[in-house]
Design a protein around this ligand. Structure first.
Ligand code: PGA
Length: 242
């Protein structure tokens, strides 16, 4: 049995005050579901402190592929572990497209996170053009294979994978449950028997209104939620449905 995970990616939103309010409204976590939130770096300590007695995990939205040294502006995986993070998002499409992260860099970040005992949430997904050209599964396979080649299949299977079609992120357009399941199934096939227990999350305009249908799919084990995770009541509803 795979334990569902609902992850809230807050992206670059918030202030000390709004973060305090958001955390105060987070759900009580049921034993059978994992929940994690991903605040902007500077608010991570505040959130860790506020959630010290909670089962909700905390993670970062990005990590450096370097261990330490003269890398101005970067944050190392061991720093995240040191302050108490459990997870890190790796290869989010915004990092890939806006900050030019390559498949190789994503693989290096994945390894850096894993080396420090953080659970990477590896994001993969196609653009609208790629989907329209029938390249969806080839793109996903390429993104996945780059990390498998660098980190090994076992490490990838021990992580969490999030399928996030780029055209569905922040657009209000969710992939249909069937479209999402089709890609999740293909990812599961690619991982083979080793990936039987790997959690595959769907991300892209997930809301309370569409979560149940997505979660009902056999290979969808939870969600990576962006916009809707900034509303604690809405996020709580999604967690309840997982
Ligand atoms: P969204 O973002 O839910 O706002 O579409 C998802 C994500 O980018 O992880």
């Amino acid at each position: 049995m795979r334990r569902p995970l609902v992850a809230g990616n807050w992206k670059m939103h918030g202030s000390r005050e709004s973060v305090a309010a958001l955390v105060a409204g987070l759900p009580q976590v049921r034993l059978e579901v994992d929940v994690a939130v991903f605040p902007p770096y500077v608010y991570i300590p505040q959130v860790l402190e506020a959630l010290a007695d909670s089962a909700i995990g905390v993670g970062a939205q990005n990590v450096s592929e370097q261990r330490q040294g003269a890398y101005t502006g970067e944050i190392a995986a061991d720093m995240l572990r040191d302050i108490g993070c459990r997870y890190v998002i790796v290869g989010h499409s915004e990092r890939r497209s806006l900050y030019g992260e390559s498949d190789q860099q994503v693989a290096d970040k994945f390894i850096a996170a894993g080396t420090e005992g953080l659970i990477p949430i590896l994001c993969v997904g196609e653009t609208l053009v790629q989907r329209e050209q029938g390249e969806t599964l080839a793109v996903i396979a390429r993104q996945l294979d780059a990390v498998i080649a660098a980190a090994g299949l076992e490490a990838v299977c021990a992580a969490v994978i999030a399928y996030e079609p780029v055209w569905a992120i922040g657009t209000g357009k969710t992939a249909t449950a069937e479209q999402a399941q089709q890609v999740h199934w293909a990812i599961r096939q690619r991982l083979g028997a080793t990936g039987e227990n790997t959690r595959l999350l769907y991300g892209g305009s997930v809301k309370a209104a569409n979560a149940a249908e997505l979660f009902a799919q056999p290979d969808i084990d939870g969600a990576l939620v962006g916009g809707a995770s900034l509303d604690s009541a809405e996020f709580g509803e999604i967690c309840k449905l997982a």
